[in-house]
Design a protein around this ligand. Sequence first.
Ligand SMILES: O=P(O)(O)OP(=O)(O)OP(=O)(O)OC[C@H]1O[C@@H](n2cnc3c(O)ncnc32)[C@H](O)[C@@H]1O
Ligand SMILES: [Mg+2]
Length: 429
Amino acid sequence: MRVLVATHKEPKLAKLRELLAPLGWQLEPIGNYAGLLPNPDAPGEDLTERVPVVATHLAKLSGLPTLLDESCFEYTRAGQRVFFSLQFGPGDSEEERRAKLLQKLRGLPPQERMTRFMTVLTLAYPQGKTETYVGETQGVLLHKPKGEGGVGYDTLFFVLEAGKTLAEMSPAERERFSPWERAVRRLLGHHIIDHLHPTVELPPQGSSATLELAPGAARPSSRPSPMRLLVATNNPGKYRELREGLAPLGWELASLLDYTFKMPPEEGATFEDNAMLKAAFACRQTGLLTLADDSGLEVDALEGEPGVYSARFGGRKSDLERNIYLLERLKGVPADKRTARFVAVLAVAHPQGFMQLFRGVTEGLILEAPRGENGFGYDPLFFVPEAGKTFAEMSMEEKARHSHRGKALAELIEAYKDGFRIPEASSSE
Ligand SMILES: O=P(O)(O)OP(=O)(O)OP(=O)(O)OC[C@H]1O[C@@H](n2cnc3c(O)ncnc32)[C@H](O)[C@@H]1O
Ligand SMILES: [Mg+2]
């Protein structure tokens, strides 16, 4: 698709081309669009309103989908939100704009230099449809530019958490902190994962496999680690185990606590379906490489129940109630008929549009009474004959050696240990 980019700044266009390369779009600069604007002052200071209006105007004029971004600093003055717009006229050069910003900043008291740097990015279609993505970062505006990298005002924005300006960061760090990059990555995540459907062909049982989910997507080039990975689970017990298991990769982990969106209902019929659904959804929300875990207990005497319904077995609300319910359901079932297995499927969704699945299974027995204090979920009832203990009687390391999740993680580590690789099976052109 041909897309116009409302900028006359070469570095910004180049960076946008690099970040959005996986989409295979043809990005063309619109050049100096000052004369095309209806009335640059009209739509007010709320960028989430203004940017879509202006982008739509440009898309209608050009007849092409058009990307427009604008940034502002937001701070609080006497309890009121104040927007400090960075739009000084689209014809200005980068230097002119920075000079104007510094001039504006001169009178600002320190507390008003503490701001939220926000970028609003809209993709507008000539037919009137718009998509808007917002990226935000907290920081402080400096008096003098520092650093060389980045785009726009990155030289003036000091990120407290990182102890430097956006312009002083490595590209990998900037990816984390720049509101502009965050907005661009959200757009990327949205468009890439649009191609993903959880109804793809599933890998054979008991194996891990690579799924190519975006046949139309352009091949991204492989990128070196370090990677940032979102671990998309709301279960703290799982999160701890995943964090421990992923430690050898040295990746930086994000959790759902860093975000406000809600995960979708798990409506799939298999662990694979649900893991992909969760990973694809969270990846699309954040634009991040995302790991999801779907797991559960299959009890033979219950014909595989609770299976994918393990988290809501019998409609019971807590781990304890579900364990009691499981014991009730198995009342009178003799020891040799209490066989069961734990299954974990890990799905890794790449913002570039494909997924990988890893599966682990552990066979065991359901005891007649709980044993052990560790772990979570059904751990106190799940006895592993080869270890002579329940999962809840094991340390975390021990559980990782025997557990379904530990086995799936071991495969994942094997696949990613040499850095980020585009899987062979999907590298055909
Ligand atoms: O979906 P997320 O947010 O990851 O968290 P969840 O707890 O809902 O997770 P699932 O949908 O995968 O449901 C899995 C259920 O199986 C249980 N379970 C999974 N792995 C387990 C383990 O290692 N030990 C004990 N119980 C486990 C777990 O307590 C849940 O009730
Ligand atoms: Mg769940």
